[in-house]
Design a protein around this ligand. Sequence first.
Ligand code: PXL
Length: 276
Amino acid sequence: MNFPSRVITIAGSAAGGSAGIQADLKTFQELDVYGMSVVTAIVGRHPETDKNVHPQTLEAIEAQFVTAMKQVGADGLKTGMLFSKEVIETVAALIRDASIKNITVDPVMIGKLDSKLLRDDAIDALINQLIPMATIMTPNVPEASLLLGGRDLTSVDDLKQAAIDLHDSGAANVLVKGGRLKGPAIDVLYDGRTIWTFEAPRIDTVHTSGAGCTYSAAIAAYLAMDKPIAEAVRLAKSFVTTAIEHGFSYTDFVGPTYHAAMRKFNEAHEIKVSKE
Ligand code: PXL
């Protein structure tokens, strides 16, 4: 039997279904990898108390991971919202003991609606404990800027330098995502030797909730299927760009990317790749 590759996400639950664990599992299913999850926190705003992040206990986090590893095992792992220093330390220890061959670290810090998804005191733990174990880390512009001590990133050249400098943190590959700059959506990958750029056209939509989660989940899925790193990024960017192109909303809120778009419309956006 040819079973699907296995991927586990360690992330927050996004009640609205566009981001976090929900985006990850939808992406895994679309790409035919076997998805598993460890919920670190539940995100959903209470109308009276206004509380938005409901953390899970370290015991619950360990229990989920150990169960998934025992029942299934994993060919790849992705981290998303980890929220606190304690969770990062716990997750780093679990990953250290598990010997999984691909680790995708999405350094989730701030949601699109400005919800705080990582505490300030957790950034050091992220940098010192988790990022050094990463096969690839995938910061967007605000995250890369924060990780570099508040550096301004406004051009593709800035992204290239950021990827080179962030590589010193110990991640084997760094993908700095330029979706928040003006012009085409250009991302930069640095693998320690080569600078790769991946370009998609800018799509005129506000419905991009969970795009970052979806992108890194797709990278994790393709790595678990043994794609080389630049090919995994190209395929994942094509998947997320197609999902963004077909983004929509059921309400007045910013809506999700359409995770099923590539399958449903049988199209995959072309990505221009160059290297230097
Ligand atoms: O898109 C970032 C993100 C990640 N994880 C969770 C989220 C969000 C954004 O809202 O809720 C759980």
